[in-house]
Design a binder for this molecule. Structure first.
Ligand code: ZN
Length: 443
């Protein structure tokens, strides 16, 4: 599986490339372990330097244990004529993730406890996504239409096969690091354990990967990053716990971070704050959204539900890590169903999500607390050439405004995020103004 982007990237929009990445990864059968995840990371290596880490089955990570690997070769429910009514080979959602193996003949009544369906008010063709992690269970996820077909054959005996295996292996996670001038680290985390679902986890994977590609391009062009960037791609819950346990001693370096998920749908952005509530990432994300691509966005307080911000914001760890989504988990009908497919996400949403995440991380990277080198009233900006500095640019008024705000608040007590917020100016304008002030030795 090779992405065909390499020769055509200059012609395609980045949203088109991101969509192709999602489409290529969509068929792979990912779970919390296994080859689907490895193949996903190997594919991502075409875009960004993902380092693959393997943590052996049985490794103790805080209170948890890395599980055995799981693989499925085939799974189906067939009627007496041999025709498959439920067929894993047509959709990897049909088998309960981490299902125990099973082979036997069952009546529908005997099967019912092992069939998982969606609520009746959803589309009859949708298949749910369900898992059996850390418990012994076997079963199938079926649509109501499939259920009706099974019911038509009530009285018959069905052939049931789940050809799955469990074996000692590894939990696989991916990491990319771009060292900066400072060890202070900007963390981007996304989960990688969902099979054929587009918005829930592939959109986050694509945004993280393409952001890493952009940062790699900056480094290759000779730019020195101000802070270190770290990207982590890992299965939800057990992967985040494994990564945190493995990196326990360097967590103090985390300056701010984002869990990325659900970034391909058409909904407004939703930022869920870190448990700290007013940490650097909370301020950077809120500021960026305020000056963002759309006037409509939501900010929510932290709750111990949702994605892996649960682990990053747990006692003893309590990192400045928030979560960026569009429509939050479980708040759209397609969530965890086969309708979370390629049609549910759009190139534009992926591309706009990348823009916002890139701006939030740039704000974290460039944040600093400036000190005015010419205090005691305002310096003479005209005499220092600061009015001419912006030429005839359309936004020179805003840049001059930014200069006045920075000089006023640069007393060592206010960082650039706060200055941008109080000035009600985009962070990018503030960074540019700081650069000009620095050239003139004013900060
Ligand atoms: Zn999910």
């Amino acid at each position: 599986m090779n992405p065909s982007h390499e020769k055509t990237s200059s012609k395609q929009s980045i949203g088109t490339e991101m969509m192709k990445c999602v489409a290529d990864l969509f068929p792979l059968h990912r779970s919390i372990t296994g080859d689907g995840v490895r193949k996903t990371f190997q594919y991502l290596q075409h875009f960004a330097p993902v380092e693959i880490h393997e943590v052996p089955t049985g490794t103790q990570v805080f209170e948890w244990t890395v599980p055995q690997e799981w693989a499925v070769n085939d799974a189906y429910i067939a009627g007496e004529s041999g025709h498959r009514i439920v067929d894993y080979l047509k959709s990897n959602l049909q088998v309960l993730s981490y299902s125990q193996p099973m082979k036997g003949r069952f009546t529908l009544d005997e099967l019912r406890d092992h069939l998982f369906t969606l609520s009746r008010d959803l589309d009859a063709s949708w298949i749910p996504y369900r898992t059996a992690y850390f418990r012994d269970a076997w079963g199938f996820c079926v649509s109501h239409r499939q259920m009706e077909r099974l019911e038509k054959h009530t009285g018959e005996v069905f052939d049931v096969v789940i050809d799955s295996e469990f074996y000692d292996g590894n939990l696989t996670y991916g990491e990319i690091e771009f060292p900066g001038e400072s060890d202070e680290t900007i963390l981007i985390y996304t989960h990688t354990c969902h099979p054929s679902l587009a918005n829930d986890n592939l959109s986050g994977i694509a945004v993280a990967t393409f952001l890493a590609r952009q940062i790699e391009a900056r480094v290759k062009q000779g730019e020195t990053l101000k802070r270190t960037y770290k990207f982590v791609f890992a299965p939800a819950t057990i992967g985040a716990i494994t990564w945190l346990a493995t990196n326990k001693d360097s967590l103090n370096n985390i300056y701010g971070g984002l869990v990325l998920s659900l970034l391909g749908d058409q909904g407004d952005f939703t930022y869920k704050k870190s448990r700290i509530g007013d940490s650097l990432i909370d301020r950077a994300a809120c500021l960026t959204l305020k000056n963002g691509l759309s006037a409509r966005y939501k900010v929510r307080e932290f709750t111990p539900f949702g994605y892996d911000e649960r682990q990053f914001c747990s006692p003893g760890i309590n990192l400045p890590v928030g979560c960026l989504m569009r429509t939050p988990n479980a708040e759209f009908p397609e969530y965890h169903t086969s309708a979370d497919n390629l049609d549910f996400i759009s190139e534009k949403s992926l591309e706009d999500s990348l823009k916002i995440v890139s701006r939030i991380t740039m704000a974290l990277e460039h944040n600093e607390t400036p000190i005015n080198q010419s205090p005691y009233c305002e310096p003479q900006l005209g005499q220092r050439g600061l009015y001419r500095a912006f030429g005839e640019r359309d936004d020179r008024g805003r840049l001059q405004e930014a200069i006045v705000w920075i000089l006023n608040l640069a007393d060592g007590k206010h960082d650039l995020l706060e200055i941008a917020d109080r000035a009600d100016l985009p962070f990018e304008t503030i960074i540019e103004a700081v650069a000009v002030l620095r050239q003139h030795n004013l900060v």
